[in-house]
Design a protein around this ligand. Structure first.
Ligand SMILES: Nc1ncnc2c1ncn2[C@@H]1O[C@H](COP(=O)(O)OP(=O)(O)OP(=O)(O)O)[C@@H](O)[C@H]1O
Ligand SMILES: [Mg+2]
Length: 355
């Protein structure tokens, strides 16, 4: 057998894991757990879990049963809450550690994460065929629609009153469908990004300016920028589109009159873990935070998929495009949302020096 050293396995384990000692205190924490709990190993060591986290499960009892039976235990659908974050639904697994009678290994598997990671590639190919199909339909439907609108306009010339209202309705609705179809076509046309070093603040300013003259005219937008942020390697136009879509969603969520905060900062601990175990650091963080009602819970797990929308006139392509562009940039999108505070975070790599 040719296994890597245990420390390497511990550090590259994508599931948050904690080692608990005989007094139910934290002994060790792996990087995935630091990231998930938003707490450093240093601040957790020597503390009981309850001091830093709220977990809706009888941990003491679980640990003592694991010690007594020398067998692992699963607990599903547990809520884990840390400081400022909204509670996350998790599955827990507690297991005895080798020959050591008192130590317990605790794995915390965020349910959403598990769903997402498992489904990611599946979704991509399913989405691709759905989009291909929609593109084809879009193309086919646009021409006859133009004919319908034209015919309605001709008819309307000889009409008055209520009848005119009906032909106007035909024209308005066909226009709306044409616009929707154009969005679908545009979605299918996204080219590969042309990457250059980009100052993320320039991109944000552009997005903010367009938002300010359009959908965001009545929003209060504040900035909290870290001016020392290094450049990322990306396609400025595509990244502008990403932030525009996020700003637009934030504005629409609060009917165009809420508050949006745009925040940028550097966080070196975040890495994108690849299937081969290597990790790409994603230290550039941009957050778009709004004070709207939050993501409707019934679609919360699907909002990045195309055609999923919680709005009456939504196409459901905004976030699908965000997700596609950011994954083309080797970045990461995450969010947490509770009523009154929805935060989308884009994490991006730093442009290499020579670029
Ligand atoms: N900041 C937010 N606050 C609350 N809900 C949101 C927010 N952002 C997205 N959503 C929800 O996610 C859904 C999907 O968003 P997405 O941008 O993909 O599509 P859309 O806005 O409905 O349509 P489109 O962007 O194509 O016009 C939205 O309809 C909305 O219900
Ligand atoms: Mg949108």
């Amino acid at each position: 057998m040719n296994l890597p050293a245990p420390g390497i396995i511990w550090n590259s384990l994508p599931t948050p894991a904690l080692l608990i000692d005989g007094e139910d205190k934290v002994d060790e924490v792996n990087p995935a757990a630091e990231l998930f709990l938003n707490l450093s190993a240093k601040s957790l060591r020597g503390q009981t879990i309850g001091e830093r986290l709220a977990i809706s499960a009888p941990l003491e009892e679980i640990f003592s049963r694991v010690r007594k039976n020398r067998a692992s235990l699963f607990v599903n659908d547990v809520e884990v809450t840390t400081g400022e974050k909204a509670p996350v639904q998790c599955n827990l697994q507690a297991a005895p550690v080798g020959e050591e009678p008192d130590r317990v290994l605790l794995l915390i598997e965020p349910r959403e994460l598990a769903d997402r990671l498992g489904r990611a590639s599946l979704v991509k190919s399913a989405a691709r065929s759905a989009i291909g199909m929609a593109e084809m339909l879009a193309h086919e439907i646009k021409n006859p629609l133009a004919g319908i609108a034209g015919a309605a306009q001709l008819l309307s010339m000889n009409l008055s009153g209520e009848d005119l209202e009906l032909t106007d309705l035909i024209v308005d609705e066909t226009r709306r469908i044409v616009k929707l179809l154009e969005q679908v076509e545009q979605f299918g046309n996204v080219r590969a990004p042309e990457k250059k070093p980009v100052n993320i603040h320039d991109v944000l300013d552009r997005a903010r300016k367009s938002a300010g003259v359009g959908f965001g005219a009545h929003m209060t937008i504040t900035e909290e920028y870290d001016p020392s942020l290094p450049s990322t390697l990306g396609d400025a136009d595509q990244l502008t589109q990403v932030f525009l879509n996020l700003l637009k969603n934030a504005a629409e969520a609060s009917d165009g009159a809420g508050k949006i905060k745009i925040r940028t900062f550097y966080e070196h601990s975040l890495r994108l873990r690849r299937a081969d175990g290597s990790g790409q650091p994603l230290p550039l963080q941009v957050e778009i935070i709004d004070d709207g009602p939050g993501i409707p819970p019934e679609i919360a797990n699907e909002i990045f998929e195309p055609f999923v929308s919680g709005r009456e006139n939504g196409t459901g392509l905004g976030l699908a495009l965000v997700s596609k562009i950011i994954s083309d940039h080797d970045g990461w999108v995450s969010l947490d949302s509770v009523p009154g505070r929805t935060r989308f975070r884009i994490s991006l790599p730093v442009a290499p020096k020579e670029a």
